[in-house]
Design a protein around this ligand. Structure first.
Ligand code: A4P
Ligand code: MG
Length: 186
């Protein structure tokens, strides 16, 4: 059974009335960082009603906040999803747990962190899911890869990503051309 259209699942680039655009930031600074991020991207693409539309280059980044800890690998992905925001949060937290995430201390080292940076144009100050992500605007490790993958992006309520990025110190973020994440399994 190949090539049969699946009307219940819009293909990448398509959007229907029940499809929403989510921007996700992924980061890892413990274990096989690149392998974890690749597995994470594939797991997100395997969620119900969800397609990964674009994956950014990988950056190695100095840790922001928290205790002394190893450098992170960070990337951003853009997805089309039929999941509602809280459903997407629950699903991404399950993926974090599947990759061995232990919540020991805030901003501490982790095998995998998935943050929902934006969901359509939604704005919410709910602490369970704050949209857009409350610290995205000040984080080069989020905005640099997001800008790579979508130069015209805007952070809802905050302005163009390009303008926000221009005001940040980029010293701690280094693009890694030798590290590439695939949006889907070959
Ligand atoms: N939560 C609220 N809004 C959101 C959202 N938009 N996306 C809540 C995801 N979660 C959201 O998160 C704590 C709670 O935030 C969740 O229960 C959820 O309901 P957590 O993942 O359990 O804990 P955390 O990640 O330690 O805390 P927090 O506040 O999410 O930290 P951040 O902002 O994720 O920062 N430095 C570099 N270079 N690279 C990094 O990736 N990441 C962090 C974590 C710090 N420093 C870093 C990096
Ligand atoms: Mg987090």
């Amino acid at each position: 059974m190949t090539g049969r259209p699946r009307p219940d699942r819009p293909r990448p680039g398509q959007s229907g009335p029940d499809q929403h655009r989510a921007v996700l930031s992924v980061g890892s600074n413990l274990g096989d960082r690149l392998g974890t991020l690749q597995g994470c991207v594939l797991a997100i693409g395997a969620l119900p009603e969800t397609d990964v539309l674009a994956v950014s280059p990988v950056y190695e980044t100095a840790p922001v906040g928290g205790p002394a800890q190893p450098d992170y690998l960070n990337a951003v992905l853009v997805a089309a999803t039929g999941l509602r925001p809280l459903g997407l949060l629950t699903a991404t937290q399950r993926i974090e747990a599947d990759f061995g995430r232990v919540r020991a201390e805030r901003f501490g080292p982790r095998t995998l962190d998935i943050d929902i940076i934006g969901y359509d144009e939604e704005i919410s100050d709910d602490p369970v899911l704050t949209l857009p992500h409350p610290r995205a605007r000040e984080r080069a490790f989020v905005l640099a890869p997001w800008h790579d993958v979508d130069p015209a992006a805007t952070l809802p309520g905050q302005g163009p990503v390009a303008a926000l990025l221009a005001g940040l110190d980029l010293a701690g973020v280094r693009r890694q051309p030798g590290m590439v994440l695939r949006a889907a399994a070959p």
